[in-house]
Design a protein around this ligand. Structure first.
Ligand code: PMP
Ligand code: GLN
Length: 480
C-alpha cells in the first residue's frame, strides 16, 4: 500500500504544475523532509512515552508491593507442601487431618441442619457465636473448669482456632508489646504477633537425652531462661498443650511455673488447647485456666476441627473472662463478624450428644485418643525399624523423628533449601513417596537448628495408609 502511494506521489509530482507554476519536485522534497522530521519527532516522543511509561509503571506498581508489616510472612509451609502433594502425589503424612470419615452423628447433624424446617438455620446467626453452640460450650467448660461460664460474654466462636488466635493477638497487642513463645510452636503465632505490631521472644524446648528412646516429656524448657524473658514490656505468653509438633503435654509443675511468672509480671496466658482430647495415658491434660488465680488472665483456644475430626469445618472458639474476651469481640465483629450457622448448629448438636455420654467409654472425647494410640505406637515402631529415633508423643496426632542416622541414604544435595529438614522431606516425597513436615518451620531463625535433624509425621490416618508408609520406608531402607 505504502509503495503504491509513494509511487503515485512521485509520478504525479515530478513535473511542474501548470496551475501554480511551482516546481512540484521541489515541493515533494520539502514535503518528504517535513514528513521525515515528523516521523522522527513522533518516534522520539513515543520512545520517551514508553520510557516514561516504564518508569511510571514500576512507580505505580511499587505502591502495591506487600506492606512493610507483612514482609517476612510470605513463606508458608502449608502452602508449599500442599503444592508438593499435588505435584508428586506422595503418601501424605504431612498436614494434620484425618483421612477417614468424621463421626457419623456429626455429619448427620449437619445434613439435618441444612435441610431442617427452620429457614433461619441457613442464615446469619449471632455474631459472637450461635446461641445453641455458646450455650453447650459454656456447659461443657463450666464443668471442666469448675466455674460457671457466661455463654454470651465469656465465649467467642471463631473461624477455626486460627481466627481465635488472630483476634486474641490483634485485640491484645500494642506496638512494642512482647509475647513469649515456647518453641517449637504452631507457625502462625509469630506472623500474627508481628502483624499486630508486637515482638515475639522465644524459648526453646530441648530434649534432655538424645541417645535413648525419647518421650515428648523429655523436651523441657530451662526455667531460668524462661524467667529471664519476662520484663515490663511482656504482654503475654503463648502456651500450646498438647503441643504441635512434639506432642508434649505440659506437666502441673511446668504450668505452675508459667502461672507464677504470669502473675508476678501481670501478663496474659494464651493457651492453645486444640488437641485437648488427644492425650495418651498416663499423661493428663491440665487446663492452665484452672490453676489458682489464672482464669482471670487466661484466654483458652479450642477447635471443633480437632475435637470432632472435622478440620475442614473451621469452627473454633476462645473462652476467658469477659473483659479479656471483649477485645477479641471488637476484632471479630469487624473482620469475620459471624461464622457459618449450619456448621455451628451441627457442632452444637455434636457437643450435646457427647455431653450426654460424657462418662461413657463411647464418648468421642475419649474414644478418639483410644483409637489413635495403636496408630501412634505402630508409627513409632516402623520409624524405629528403619533407623529413625522418634519422640513418643503424650498428646496430639503428630510424631517427630530424628532422621540423621539415615543421612547417607538421601541425596540432600539434590535439593536447594536452606534447612536440612526441608531438603530431607522434599527428597523423601519425590524419591520415596512419603511426605512429612520439616520441623524447623516451628522455630525462630536462631533455633531452627534444633528442628533440622527431625521430620514430623501425622498418624491420624487409616491403618492401611500407615502400613503403606511402613512398607515404602522399609523398601527404601533395604535398597543400597
Ligand atoms: N493451633 C494449633 C496448635 C494447631 O495445630 C492448629 C492446626 N489445626 C490450629 C491452632 C488451627 O486450628 P483450626 O484448624 O481450628 O483453625
Ligand atoms: N494444624 C495442622 C498441622 O499442623 C494444619 C495447619 C495448616 O494447614 N495450616 O498440620
Amino acid at each position: 500500500m505504502h509503495g503504491t502511494e509513494n509511487n503515485f506521489l512521485l509520478s504525479s509530482t515530478s513535473t511542474s504544475c501548470n496551475i501554480c507554476k511551482i516546481n512540484c519536485f521541489d515541493l515533494l522534497k520539502w514535503v518528504t523532509m517535513f514528513t521525515k522530521l515528523c516521523v522522527a519527532a513522533t518516534s522520539k516522543i513515543s520512545h520517551a512515552f514508553i520510557l516514561k511509561d516504564t518508569i511510571s509503571h514500576s512507580a505505580v506498581m511499587s505502591k502495591f508491593e506487600i506492606p512493610d508489616r507483612l514482609v517476612g510472612n510470605e513463606k508458608s509451609v502449608w502452602v508449599e507442601y500442599t503444592q508438593l502433594v499435588l505435584k508428586y502425589k506422595p503418601l501424605n503424612l504431612g498436614q494434620g487431618f484425618p483421612d477417614f470419615h468424621a463421626p457419623e452423628n456429626v455429619i448427620k447433624a449437619l445434613a439435618a441442619t441444612t435441610t431442617s424446617d427452620n429457614p433461619l438455620l441457613n442464615q446469619y446467626t449471632r455474631g459472637f457465636g450461635h446461641p445453641r453452640l455458646v450455650n453447650v460450650i459454656a456447659k461443657l467448660f463450666s464443668r471442666l473448669l469448675n466455674r460457671t461460664l457466661d455463654p454470651n460474654n465469656e465465649i467467642l466462636i471463631t473461624s477455626g482456632a486460627y481466627e481465635a488466635l488472630f483476634s486474641t493477638l490483634q485485640g491484645h497487642t500494642n506496638p512494642g508489646d512482647e509475647w513469649i513463645i515456647i518453641e517449637p510452636f504452631f507457625d502462625c503465632y509469630e506472623p500474627m504477633i508481628k502483624v499486630a505490631g508486637g515482638v515475639p521472644r522465644f524459648i526453646p524446648l530441648k530434649p534432655k537425652n538424645i541417645n535413648g528412646p525419647l518421650s515428648s516429656a523429655d523436651w523441657v524448657f530451662d526455667k531460668q531462661e524462661l524467667e529471664s524473658l519476662f520484663n515490663e514490656k511482656t504482654k503475654g505468653i503463648i502456651l500450646n498443650t498438647p503441643n504441635n509438633p512434639i506432642g508434649k503435654v505440659f506437666s502441673l509443675d511446668e504450668l505452675q511455673f508459667i502461672s507464677d511468672l504470669a502473675k508476678k509480671w501481670n501478663v496474659l496466658v494464651v493457651s492453645d488447647e486444640v488437641y485437648e482430647w488427644l492425650v495418651y495415658e498416663p499423661a493428663k491434660h491440665i487446663r492452665i485456666a484452672t490453676l489458682p488465680g489464672m482464669y482471670e488472665r487466661t484466654i483458652t483456644i479450642g477447635s471443633a476441627g480437632k475435637t470432632f475430626s472435622i478440620t475442614g469445618w473451621k469452627i473454633g472458639w476462645a473462652y476467658g473472662p469477659a473483659n479479656l474476651l471483649y477485645n477479641l469481640q471488637v476484632v471479630h465483629q469487624n473482620t469475620v463478624y459471624t461464622c457459618p450457622t449450619p456448621l455451628q448448629e451441627a457442632v452444637a448438636i455434636a457437643f450435646e450428644q457427647e455431653l450426654e455420654r460424657f462418662d461413657s467409654p463411647d464418648c468421642y472425647f475419649v474414644s478418639l485418643a483410644r483409637d489413635l494410640k495403636p496408630k501412634r505406637d505402630f508409627m513409632a515402631k516402623f520409624l524405629s525399624d528403619v533407623g529413625m529415633i522418634p519422640t513418643i508423643p503424650e498428646g496430639g496426632f503428630f510424631m517427630i523423628a530424628n532422621w540423621t542416622k539415615l543421612k547417607d541414604k538421601v541425596q540432600l544435595e539434590e535439593e536447594t533449601d536452606e534447612y536440612r529438614d526441608y531438603r530431607f522431606t522434599k527428597w523423601m516425597a519425590k524419591n520415596v513417596g512419603v511426605l512429612g513436615i520439616p520441623p524447623s518451620t516451628f522455630y525462630s531463625p536462631e533455633h531452627k537448628y534444633i528442628g533440622e535433624d527431625n521430620v514430623r509425621y501425622c498418624f491420624i490416618k487409616k491403618d492401611e495408609n500407615l502400613e503403606k508408609a511402613a512398607e515404602l520406608l522399609k523398601k527404601w531402607k533395604s535398597t543400597q
